[in-house]
Design a binder for this molecule. Structure first.
Ligand SMILES: [Fe+2]
Length: 386
């Protein structure tokens, strides 16, 4: 047995831990750039709360609240400009995956200068401001990962900066922050966590520790996400889903994400489909495609999703995994095919080609697809077939 396991983030988890934000931040820096999105942290009151907590410890705060969904290169560069001008020595990120990822890009550019393009790829970062990450959704796992996913709208591409220096110094993971999340966002982000756990479990870079974390994450999402969607104030369900999301983040930090993400990005870039929903619409089809390369693990996923597979053939037991994911999504009220989110039959050839050109996930996906197989996966997703 041989593996690497990197986790350099101090995680503080639990309902109410937000209260410690000021103490945690002031151990790291004195002058914080507070990065958040344009509205939800304001509406929920969490932004005001975090500002108060930081001020209580006498931190200087400069607010950058311009992060949009699928944050752009331009936004990251603008945020870095603000941080440099104010002489910030710390970045505090509050929000969903978009503000957290943007904050990571900002932390790099603020410390090193240059343009984001200089750091696209793996291990090109030499310096970054320390980051305190406070997620307000339960799904991205960005609070413990070394990735920043930034969108280049000029070339219609998702660009990734990957470096251990991007791992937040501290993650304040407080499930109380997720109670105000609308139903749809709860479902989309929770299914994103499930896609991380499943892709990580099937990744060629999976290893014993990530396998344990992934299976724990999969069954936890399957059990508690319907409760969190059905009853927003069910705090036990909120805690469990956030825990599952955290675990899945630790998984992909080692294993990377796979073809579900690679194919899903094309739906997001072309039809503005929210990330978690895009993944959900491709997850059953990609799992079924991968099944022949990892039949035993696919059966374990079916079991973790609550399927009784004991009397079934290997093939049938494996197939249950993909169907269980579909049934979970339908239970959560999500659309059952990609046509409903804007995918057009005549676009499939083009987006399949675009995915193949990115070569995204090719180092980790258990089964390599050719262009025809990618088109078939999109077509099945379009029709709602598995
Ligand atoms: Fe994701």
């Amino acid at each position: 047995m041989k593996f690497d396991f990197l986790s350099s983030t101090f995680v503080r988890f639990g309902s109410g831990v937000l209260e410690t934000t000021g103490q945690e931040a002031c151990e790291i820096g004195r002058n914080a750039l507070l990065v958040t999105g344009r509205s939800s942290a304001k509406k929920s009151g969490s932004l005001k709360k975090v500002e108060e907590l930081l001020k209580r410890e006498n931190l200087e705060i400069v607010l950058f609240d311009q992060v949009e969904q699928n944050p752009s290169v331009e936004t990251v560069e603008a945020g870095a400009g603000v941080a440099r001008e104010a002489g910030c020595d710390l970045v505090v990120a509050l929000g969903g995956g978009s503000p957290l990822d943007a904050a990571k890009g900002i932390a790099v550019l603020a410390a090193q200068g240059g343009s984001l393009e200089d750091y696209i790829g793996v291990d090109k970062v030499e310096q970054a401001l320390p980051l305190v990450a406070i997620p307000t959704t339960a799904g991205t796992g960005s609070e413990v990962t070394k990735y920043a996913i930034i969108t280049d709208w000029k070339t219609k591409q998702k660009r990734t900066v990957a470096s251990p220096l991007l791992c937040p110094r501290t993650a304040i993971v407080d499930p109380l922050l997720t109670v105000t999340m609308p139903k749809q966002i709860t479902a989309n982000t929770g299914m994103d966590a499930l896609s991380h756990a499943i892709e990580g479990y099937l990744s060629l870079k999976s290893q014993p520790i990530t396998d344990l974390l992934a299976i724990e994450s999969i069954w936890t999402v399957a059990k508690y996400l319907p409760r969190a969607v059905g009853q927003p104030e069910d705090l036990e369900a909120r805690e469990r889903v956030m825990y599952a999301s955290l675990l899945a983040g630790l998984v992909i930090n080692q294993t990377r994400t796979g073809m579900i993400h690679g194919l899903g990005y094309e739906l997001t870039l072309n039809y503005q489909v929210p990330h978690g929903l895009a993944n959900t619409l491709l997850m059953p089809q990609v799992m079924e495609f991968n099944r022949i390369s990892c039949p035993e693990k696919t059966i374990q996923i079916a079991r973790a999703l609550g399927e009784n597979v004991e009397s079934l053939s290997t093939r049938e037991a494996g197939r249950r995994a993909a169907f269980a994911v579909r049934e979970l999504a339908v239970d959560l009220g999500m659309p059952e095919n990609a046509a409903k989110v804007g995918l057009k039959l005549e676009d499939i050839k083009g987006i399949a080609q675009s995915f193949i050109q990115t070569k995204r996930s090719f180092g980790v996906t258990p089964r390599y697809p050719d262009i025809n197989e990618v088109e078939t996966i999109y077509l099945k997703s379009f029709r709602g077939e598995i």
